[in-house]
Design a protein around this ligand. Structure first.
Ligand code: MN
Length: 383
């Protein structure tokens, strides 16, 4: 069975290409989001279409997901087909605003569907209850590869297919989705092709890291380098790297991303140690809930992963900014969904969403204590 709305999305994109409509591709700033945007962009190009602009939010400054800052930044492109990837399913207000501004929104997302669904033209998200396709295990780049297949059909050349599968494979590993069925195929075929990749950005990484070495550690260094890119003015360095045809520019970008990921690993370790020091007096609590003005939001997820797996508790790590806090959550047990926990506190959250085991949130600082209490309540009840 096909993924719900995948034909609708594909038909609408083809129509936009035929009518020369403006198209905006807007993705999350991590490996999965960036690879999704590259995949769809190259598929549309291969159809003969053009993309007006590619945009990626800075999770820290702009907020995760589709956000008002991004809409303001992109308003000059209206009217346009606005396609979101690896985000969007939680953005009810923002999609409403986009509609008012004259955008037509297509959401391609794989995150959990909350109580209210955005009023987008088309939503492709296999987590929708009435999507019976069974593809809810795909990462977003895998899902976008399926959209690309739908778009191009047998016009997808073997070369392009391998090219896109390389990215789907990296994102599948990066998003830590189960390595089953189609995900296994993406990884096998993508990693086989990557050794002889034509993509200058990937070539640069392999040349710097050493091809054998990169393969031996499962391409994890390469993936974390892609993940360490920053989005500035809605442009993302890893996106530039993966789409640039200049060998020199790629070498330069890859070098800087690799050194940044090394630095990032050190900082993650330091923050994790600080969290451990703080919770050492309070080990009886049902959750771990720690924040700090100095902790970068981009490090919150990796820190939460380390702490959650060591202490086997739902872990909330956040950056406390002037008025608001934003953070990442990891909850590794099957029956302790972090999204369900936050649903129970939805009235005090500005945004939240994600997957049961990995998610994020943003709220006003005045509600931090209430949030923590609500979460503890929720998880205590599960016991
Ligand atoms: Mn993702």
């Amino acid at each position: 069975m096909k993924i719900k709305n995948i034909e609708k999305a594909s038909d609408r994109i083809k129509e936009a290409v035929k009518n020369n409509e403006k198209i905006i591709l807007y993705g999350d700033s991590d490996c999965d989001g960036i690879c999704s945007v590259v995949i769809l962009g190259e598929a549309i190009k291969s159809l003969g279409g053009k993309i007006s602009t590619f945009a990626f939010p800075d999770r820290e400054l702009d907020g995760y997901g589709m956000n008002f800052k991004a809409l303001e930044f992109l308003k000059g492109y209206s009217p346009a087909l606005f396609i979101t990837m690896d985000l969007g399913i939680a953005n009810v207000k923002e999609v409403e605003k986009a509609n008012e501004m004259g955008f037509e929104v297509i959401i391609i997302d794989h995150h959990e569907v909350l109580d209210q669904v955005p009023n987008a033209k088309v939503i492709v998200d296999p987590q929708q209850k009435d999507d019976l396709s069974g593809y809810n295990y795909l990462c977003n780049a895998g899902l976008t590869f399926k959209v690309a297949e739908e778009l191009l059909g047998d016009k997808m050349s073997e070369g392009l297919k391998n090219n896109l599968l390389e990215l789907a494979a990296l994102a599948t590993i990066s998003d830590m989705v189960p390595q089953i069925r189609e995900n296994k195929v993406f990884i096998e075929q993508g990693l086989r092709s990557i050794k002889n990749t034509f993509r200058p950005g990937l070539r640069a990484f392999l040349d710097i890291l050493g091809e054998g070495e990169a393969a031996a550690q499962g391409y994890l260094k390469l993936i974390s380098a892609i993940n360490s890119a920053e989005s500035i003015d809605f442009k993302n360095e890893s996106y530039e790297l993966l789409t640039s045809s200049s060998k020199e520019k790629c070498m330069e970008l890859a070098e800087s991303l690799i050194s940044r990921t090394n630095l990032k690993q050190q900082k993650i370790k330091q923050i994790a140690q600080e969290v451990e020091r703080r919770i050492s007096k309070n080990l009886g609590e049902a959750i771990i809930f720690e924040g700090d003005p100095a902790w970068k939001l981009t490090l919150a997820g990796p820190v939460a992963s380390i702490i959650a797996s060591k202490y086997e508790k739902p872990t909330f790590i956040f950056r406390k900014m002037d008025n608001e806090s934003a953070g990442s959550v990891r909850s590794l047990k099957e029956d302790e969904s972090s999204v369900d926990a936050m649903k129970s506190c939805a009235d005090i959250l500005l945004t939240y969403g994600g997957h049961p085991k990995a998610s994020g949130f943003r709220l006003k600082n005045e509600n931090l204590e209430k949030f923590k209490e609500g979460l503890i309540n929720h998880f205590e009840k599960l016991k």
